[in-house]
Design a protein. Structure first.
Length: 156
């Protein structure tokens, strides 16, 4: 799998954050694509983390932070349940990403705040996108290591 460098983008915060988030989403998907379902569901590490679990987790993170907490809505029909196969999980993740991108595009400003939740402090959409970027990059690294352990495939 060839390494792809992150895009260099000049623009406002929204376009930079969304471009880098999409790059990390795509990197994550490249790491989990093409592995068979049994390998995707297996875990080569003591924690039990698998490529399938990570893919569903990434979709859940975007649902939680943007759709539920920021936009106070549910994802599109058909993408709410955890997917049982890696291909279905990737399709779910991509569909949720599209829903999230639509919410972000329609927000008047990245300064808009999410309602207070879980007794935590209020955060704005800019922070949420930066957090998703960080979480996606971190888990893409986990997927990179898991994939190499599962079938020897390397590259980002």
């Amino acid at each position: 799998m060839p390494d792809l460098k992150p895009p260099c983008v000049a623009g406002d915060d929204r376009s930079v954050l969304l471009t880098l988030l999409q790059y990390q989403r795509d990197s994550f998907v490249r790491k989990v694509s093409g592995v068979d379902d049994a390998a995707a569901a297996s875990s080569p590490v003591v924690s039990g983390t698998s490529l399938l679990w990570l893919t569903n987790h990434m979709a859940d993170a975007e649902i939680t932070w943007v759709l539920k907490r920021f936009a106070n809505r549910s994802p599109s029909a058909g993408v709410t349940d955890h997917a049982p196969t890696i291909e279905e999980a990737v399709d779910r993740y991509r569909g949720i990403g599209n829903d999230v991108d639509a919410v972000v595009a329609s927000a008047p400003s990245l300064d808009e705040c999410s309602p207070v939740f879980d007794d935590g402090p209020e955060v704005n959409l800019r922070w949420i996108l930066a957090h998703l970027l960080e979480e996606t990059a971190r888990h893409a690294g986990h997927a990179d290591i898991l994939r190499e352990l599962v079938d020897g495939t390397v590259g980002r």
